[in-house]
Each structure stands twice: as C-alpha cells, then as structure tokens.
Design a protein around this ligand. Structure first.
Ligand SMILES: [Fe+2]
Length: 279
C-alpha cells in the first residue's frame, strides 16, 4: 500500500515565481553505463542535466517522477542522488513501476527526497504513488485518493494552488499499449481534483513522450524520458528517435502555471528502434 501523505515540508524559493524542473524515467541500471534499448541511461541523463544547467541555472525544486531506476537497484538510486545533486539538493522523488520502494527508502538520507507534500510560496506540490507492486499499470487506490483529498482541502484552506504529480498517466494519450497501463481509478482521481479549483496542474512520466492537454482549467502534462522515447500514436510498443529531454515549470503567485519541454540537441544517442518491447 502507498505510504501516507503526512510527510510535508515547506521550502523557500528565490524569486517571484517557483521554478521547477522535472526529470523522469531515468531508468538507471545497477551498473553505470547500463543500457535500455541500446541507450546508455547514465550518458543520456548526464546530457539532459548538462542541458538543464545551461538553460535553467536557478531552480527551486527538482522532481523525479518515477522509473528512476530500471530494475530497482540500490546502486541506481545512489547514483541518482549524485546526478540530481549536480542541479540541486532540493529534489524529491516518487516511485514508478520499475522502482523498488524499499531500496529507494534505504538509500535516501534527506527526508525531503521521499516527502509527499512540498509547499513553496503560494503553491503546494503533491507527490502521489500510483505504483502497484508487481504490475506495470498504475492505480492510486482508496487510501491514496483519501489522502489526496485531505491534502487538497488543507491547501484550499491555506489559499494555496496545487500541482499534483504521479508516475502513470491519468488520461489516454493515443498509444494503445500504454493506455492499457493508465491509472485504473482515473475517474475517481479527477472527481477529487474537480472539487478543488486551486488545482492548476497534473504532471506525470511513464509514457516517455510529451503530452500537453487540459482537464477543464487543469493543465495535464507528460514529459519525455531522460533516455529512450516512445513513439506517439502507436498501437503497439514502438521506440522513437526523438532526443531525451526534461520539462520546466514556472509557478506564478497568481496561480498561473507556465511550462515547456526542452530536448538535447547536440549529442547523438543510440537506440534500438526495432526492439519489440522493454518491459
Ligand atoms: Fe519508464
């Protein structure tokens, strides 16, 4: 069962807006230089981090939204901490289907790393757990949804805007093979969100491609992996030649959420485009 949501931290931010970077689906292997579909996931993550350094020199919070390791190895999480620290020690993780929650917990020292709520200025960032151990697809479950509602109610009371993060996609994205893995209880998830007008965005990983959509006034955002990409609109598994990347978000004090995706342009990567799958 997912851990409860009480772990909350309030952190400061530098300017008028809250600057966030999301890195997702890093798929680090046990050994440095391990590959996913032929791509060295350490090499691609470092290339994305170098891009973030060049484009976003001052960020308030770095989010890692699951599949941070490829097979849940302790060594992968240890290296991840070092990679993320190149950008900021203010980074927070949530698990994906490839992660091992016990090993993530064993590696981290700073409680911020796995905290479930971060408050910055006028914003609340929630880190949900959609992992179902042993399953590829995602589900939040009654307990997580109840805690989400509780956290959103507290934010509403404190007049905060909310950004809700999770690993799996809560909407169909047009890839049949991935849509089978979407959050199983997505209708219940959105019925909770719909009760709180302060919710401004939902942010996830898992699909290894960019999605920008809307649910009413709520911005829905999926982000490229820092390694292999999946082809948009494909019925079955299909890798894509698009480059690794990341998403930036600027959260304004009036509740406006500005966002965009940036991809590595000047580095060549190997990817096995003829692979039949990776799970
Ligand atoms: Fe992934």
């Amino acid at each position: 069962m997912p851990q409860s949501l009480p772990h909350s931290q309030t952190i400061s931010h530098r300017g008028e807006t809250v600057s966030i970077v999301q890195l997702t689906d890093t798929h680090l292997c046990k050994m440095q230089g391990g590959t996913l579909l032929g791509m060295d996931t350490d090499h691609s993550l470092q290339a994305v981090i170098d891009l973030v350094k060049a484009e976003r020199p001052a960020i308030d919070l770095l989010l890692g939204t699951g599949d941070l390791s490829d097979q849940g190895a302790l060594e992968a999480y240890r290296r991840l901490q070092e990679y993320f620290a190149q950008l900021t020690e203010v980074n927070c993780w949530l698990p994906g289907n490839h992660d091992d929650r016990a090993n993530m917990t064993a590696v981290v020292v700073d409680p911020l790393r796995l905290c479930r709520e971060i408050r910055l200025g006028r914003w609340q960032v929630l880190m949900l757990d959609s992992q179902v151990p042993g399953e590829v697809g995602g589900e939040l479950g009654a307990q997580e949804l109840a805690q989400l509602e509780q956290a959103l109610a507290a934010a509403a009371k404190d007049e905060l805007y909310s950004l809700v993060c999770l690993h799996h996609q809560p909407i169909k994205i047009g890839c049949e093979w991935l849509d089978e893995q979407m959050v199983a209880d997505a209708p219940a998830f959105f019925s909770v969100l719909d009760r709180f007008p302060g919710v401004r965005g939902v942010l996830w990983g898992h699909v290894h491609q960019q999605v920008d959509s809307l649910h009413g006034d709520i911005q829905l955002m999926a982000t490229p992996s820092t390694c292999v990409q999946f082809a948009p609109g494909s019925a079955g598994f299909k890798a894509d030649s698009a480059a690794p990347g990341y998403r930036w978000l600027e959260l304004l004090p009036d509740g406006t959420l500005q966002t965009g995706v940036s991809r590595v342009e000047d580095v060549s990567f190997t990817v096995d485009l003829d692979s039949g799958g990776y799970l």
